[in-house]
Design a protein. Structure first.
Length: 64
């Protein structure tokens, strides 16, 4: 039986074209010390590197 790794499902999501998206780290606290440029870039989701994506996709057999 295939099961979804819930720890992966909570941290990543698949885009419409099947690429893995992740949140940018460092956006929870100490925001007053960060520049507007840092905060603007951190608010957008990023792509997971291709080398890491293959193993993570195997943890999401049903796509989510």
């Amino acid at each position: 039986m295939q099961k979804t790794k819930k720890s992966v499902a909570k941290r990543f999501k698949l885009s419409a074209r099947g690429k893995l998206m992740r949140r940018t780290p460092g956006f929870r606290h100490l925001l007053s010390a960060k520049t507007n440029k840092q905060k603007r870039r951190a608010s957008k989701d990023k792509l997971v590197a291709p080398g890491h994506a293959a193993a993570l996709k195997r943890c999401l057999p049903f796509g989510l």
